[in-house]
Design a protein around this ligand. Structure first.
Ligand code: HEC
Length: 140
């Protein structure tokens, strides 16, 4: 009987620590947004979307809504006031040391160019704007 109880308790702890892949109660992880509003994208943003899906979505998720490996970029922290387009370029070319969340570091993205990241940034801005995140006019 004690063994059984112990088993149940350990099972419970396991669920506490490892349960629910996208745990929105954990402040170290950004929430995974399942229903990002996708607007009618501009031509430029559509090219950015393709590049994003190839290079970034594995961690930043479908429609930049986040995954267990990286934060949603459709998030107010990444508005252009906090993270201008140059922050996107820097992130992709030199990588990012974990500082906002508990996902770990972002590695530099092999072979990506500044021009490509600017297309991706345009895509992210159009998503942000459609989802109620303030984007400055001069960033669009
Ligand atoms: C292997 C996973 C991974 C990939 C691939 C990835 N990222 Fe990231 N990225 C992260 C993580 C994790 C963070 C959060 C680091 C932190 O602040 O804790 C991050 C943060 C960022 C940030 C915020 C930088 C800052 O200054 O705080 C930007 C912008 C960004 N990523 C853009 C991109 C773009 C654009 C791509 C594709 C070209 C990309 N990421 C690909 C994991 C990834």
């Amino acid at each position: 009987m004690p063994v059984l109880l112990g088993g149940i308790m350990i099972g419970g702890l396991f669920i506490l620590f490892f349960g629910g892949g996208s745990n929105t109660d954990d402040p170290s992880q950004s929430p995974v947004l399942a229903n990002v509003i996708v607007p009618e994208l501009s031509e430029v943003a559509r090219r950015g979307e393709e590049l994003f899906n190839l290079n970034c979505s594995a961690c930043h998720g479908k429609n930049a809504g986040g995954t267990d490996n990286g934060p949603a970029l459709v998030h107010d922290i990444y508005n252009p006031g906090h993270h201008p387009d140059q922050a996107f370029v820097r992130a992709a070319i030199t990588g990012v040391r974990a500082h906002h969340w508990g996902f770990g570091n972002m590695p530099p993205i092999d072979g990506i160019t500044q021009q490509e990241v600017l297309l991706i940034a345009r895509y992210i801005r159009e998503l942000q704007q459609a989802n109620g995140i303030a984007t400055l006019p001069h960033e669009m």
